[in-house]
Design a protein around this ligand. Structure first.
Ligand code: SF4
Length: 469
């Protein structure tokens, strides 16, 4: 009997609790996903599986698979799989990608993961075009194939040749398993089932990178019915993309020991003291934004505060954002500190904003929460109406840093000001030790920055506080 795989949810919320998916009739996605869902359920791996959904027709896999789910940006499922397989070793990590997603936008992510032999299974659904966006040519479009962007057929002299991903990956040393299968008919589906299971077994056994390309019909964009599109798969696509197992080293592959992340916050700051975060319901969640130009020490300021909060036993996140310029471009970072685990490192409505230039002030101050505070240098004119209930605190950080003999340490002056104004619920010992460690590579700057911090703390400026209206 044709049963629903128990690796799927009982019902799919995307379709009002029904069991229908978003896929068109005759589409191969549903078949491949059923094979994966059956495999993880039969192997009792659902509770240990993280499934990474792509962008494309399969974007809603997290509505279907009853396991851990992460949605990746376009082309990045393999990169996300690399991160997850390293950060939570021992899990079965599955990246699911289409041919626009993997073959074009994210090719290098998948290629480098394959070259490193990262510990995840990558299922690559090849339907020879960009399906979700209406059928444009993809790297896998076969010679002569008509798509919306090749209405006269793909001309290899103009458009290049179809990309054979299995054959490319087979040149690499690291992958454990590489296979190309099809879901065009029952016999092929049974072969695909074996390949899917082999790839997942390799993950269960910790034996490295497994790649399964699946030729998959897309009746809608091929403008064919289900039977014609299945025939197109076998009669046309297989000539360009021959089916077969390109590599299976699973029997001789050694179990790969999980790799550690290469850099941690503590590595960056040169600290050897690891403090466990403690759940403390009485400690509020505080979102902070630090913003200015690249080169002003905006990211360092946030990093020092994050490190100090970590040393104080708080949960903390630090999330930088900056442009391509080394100096002078916009730079900002978000810091969240909390007595609870942090759900998201992004801060859209900060409690505290440190704005080190006018564009930052204008961009972020209107979003500060009521009851929050904006701290900025008074040399920056406030040419907007501050939000209601927000304290606007002009602190002369440039002057303080200059008078202390370290004009570049404006960020440290702001740190001292935050501390002096009780805006940071972190004691000075933690702030100063984090500040000192942040100059591990430039120890001659430690004392100077501590002087700036102390000068900022002693600066009288409360009477300049303006209240937003
Ligand atoms: S557009 Fe093509 S790939 Fe997308 S769901 Fe429909 S048949 Fe499947």
């Amino acid at each position: 009997m044709n049963k629903k795989a128990t690796g799927f949810y009982e019902s799919f919320d995307r379709k009002d609790g029904s069991r229908t998916t978003t896929y068109c009739a005759g589409c191969g996605h549903g078949i491949v996903q059923k094979l994966i869902a059956e495999a993880i359920a039969d192997m009792e791996l659902q509770d240990d599986t993280v499934f990474i959904s792509p962008v494309g027709c399969a974007a809603f896999c997290y509505y279907y698979f009853d396991c851990g789910n992460v949605a990746a940006p376009h082309g990045r499922a393999s990169a996300v799989a690399t991160g997850i397989s390293r950060s939570i070793p021992g899990k079965v990590v599955i990246a699911y990608q289409g041919d626009g997603d993997l073959g074009a936008i994210g090719f290098n992510n998948a290629f480098q993961a394959a070259n490193r032999g990262d510990g995840f299974a990558c299922f690559f659904i090849n339907n020879s075009l960009y399906a979700m966006t209406g059928g444009q040519m993809a790297p896998t479009t076969v010679a002569g194939q008509k798509t919306t962007t090749t209405p006269y057929g793909r001309d290899v002299s103009r458009d290049g040749y179809p990309l054979r991903v299995c054959e490319v990956f087979a040149q690499l040393e690291a992958p454990t398993y590489i296979a190309r299968v099809s879901v065009a008919d029952t016999k092929r589906i049974m072969q695909a089932k074996k390949a899917v299971r082999r790839a997942i077994e390799i993950q269960r056994d910790g034996k490295g990178f497994a790649f399964v390309e699946v030729l998959s019909p897309c009746p809608t964009n091929w403008r064919m019915d289900s039977i014609e599109s299945a025939r197109y798969c076998t009669d046309v696509m297989e000539k360009t993309f021959p089916l077969g197992c390109y590599r299976d080293r699973s029997s001789e592959a050694e179990i790969i020991q999980p790799r550690k992340a290469t850099t941690t916050l503590r590595d960056l700051l040169g600290s050897s003291t690891v403090v466990e975060s403690v759940v403390d319901a009485s400690f509020p969640t505080i979102g902070m934004k630090f913003s200015g130009f690249g080169g002003q020490g905006v990211l360092s300021l946030g990093l020092v505060i994050a490190e100090a909060a970590g040393r104080a036993g708080r949960f903390v996140s630090w999330f930088p954002s900056y442009g391509p310029e080394q100096r002078g471009g916009a730079a900002s970072c978000s810091v969240v500190m909390s007595g609870q685990e942090i759900g998201s490192p992004t801060v859209d409505a900060p409690d505290i904003l440190v704005a080190m230039n006018q564009p930052s002030l204008e961009r972020f101050a209107p979003n500060v929460r009521s009851g929050g505070a904006v701290i900025y240098d008074p040399s920056i004119p406030v040419e907007f109406k501050p939000p209601t209930g927000v304290r606007m605190l002009p602190f002369p950080a440039i002057e303080v840093a200059k008078n202390a003999g370290v004009p570049k340490a404006v960020n440290t002056a702001f740190l001292g000001a935050l501390s002096a104004h009780d805006l940071l619920p972190i004691d000075d010992d933690h702030l100063l030790s984090a500040l000192a460690d942040s100059f591990a590579a430039k120890p001659h700057l430690v004392e100077k920055n501590i002087e700036v911090f102390k000068a900022a703390r002693q600066t009288v400026w409360e009477d300049k506080v303006e209240m937003g209206r």
